[in-house]
Design a protein around this ligand. Sequence first.
Ligand code: DCP
Ligand code: MG
Length: 455
Amino acid sequence: MREISLIEGPKPGDVEATRTEKPAPRLIAHLDMDAFFASVELLRFPQLQGLALVVGGRSKTIMQQMQQLQAQYGALESIAVAQMPRLRQYQGRGVITTASYAARAFGIGSGMGLMKAATRCPDAILLAADFERYREYSRRFKAVIRDQGLSLEDRGIDEVYIDLSHCASLEQAQALSRQLQSSIFEATRLSCSIGLAPNKLLAKIASDLRKPKGLSILTHASIEEQLWPLPVSRLHGVGPRTATKLLALGINTIAELAASRLEDLQRHFGSSHSRWLIDASWGIDERPLVLSSEPLSISRETTLERDMHPKQDRRELGGIFTQLCHQLATDLQHKERLCRAISVKIRNDQFKTSTRDVSFAQATNDPAQLRYWASQCLKRFPFDRRIRLLGVKAAGLTSKQLVTASPVGPKSDPHCEGMYSESLVTNGLEQSQPSAPVQHPLWPELEPEPTTPEV
Ligand code: DCP
Ligand code: MG
């Protein structure tokens, strides 16, 4: 195992003087979703996979055309590709919000006018942006990260910084990152790329080095090889105006910026901006993460080795379920949190995900109580198909001291009676669905339920 030592590395002589003390080593991940809006659209238009696709504009004509096609074909995924709106049909001043990687190969991308893009790739499919949907997926991928108890800085709809400084080695951070990528994919069917580095500046550059599904490491030791060949515009903070001014000074790459003299830059950019430019070119950035508030929930889930039958594999499923509840209890105890709600998630062999929730008055982190409430949720699933994924989530978190256990268990204590709800998730997008609890004869038998949970 290689220990993390990301702070060490080459330092510019003239910048050294500006640094007063050596900060504690950090390990920061920047996670960025791949072709985010386009990828969300591909979930409902799988027939467009691999094709040049552009999301942008709110053209009424395009939106009406899609509505008519939907009415004609019934389902979005059944619409014939040949019938779908094309970039060349677009008239107006709208811009591209994002383009699929296939479309980017034609030299089009975010921020470009749609009509200009049409001259480069007239046959690209054009879809109107559906921000509400993108926001929903944004919430979902961030929830996966928070649910793992990780601290993050929310940087907008498709990117976050995550503090991984607690990882004992770079290898451990890499493994955690890969695991995050799979959990996000499991939850949303969307891929993301992650950059690992000692600071935000380098992590942001790293996440973009190998897209899609990339995992890249950028340390001070590899600055010369990985950072310096890049154009100055790749430094987050060097906008088009600064880049143009630098170019006029003969500074095109980050290496050229790193080799420039502070006094020379100061004549054009002012003192602090010049200092920042030199620091950035040497990968120096000590900005702290601006962390979001406490995690709202903590969850444990597992994708089963094979799709399991709710009845035939009852015993095995019961064991896995109990283990998940116990792991969840341990997570809560480590974080000194209690929960007031439990939710169980089941994804079936057709990727349909359903959840059932229960909330209760007496906060707990006791494994038997968590198992009890989770099994109450379990009883309300229909279990009509094999199971692919099983998950348990604790929500309504509180850091208060454990309330002294009630002598009576949840079943007989009216104040502990659960409030139930459920939802259906299709293709990863959750929709509330009020419905009566479904009693099922199979799963309640998995394990004897405690009438008075042990505390
Ligand atoms: N976006 C936008 N207008 C822009 C740039 C982006 O509306 N000028 C939106 C659409 C993108 C999302 O923000 O899908 C995220 O932006 P990114 O820069 O991360 O681009 P993508 O996620 O689309 O692609 P990549 O895989 O390069 O991250
Ligand atoms: Mg992105």
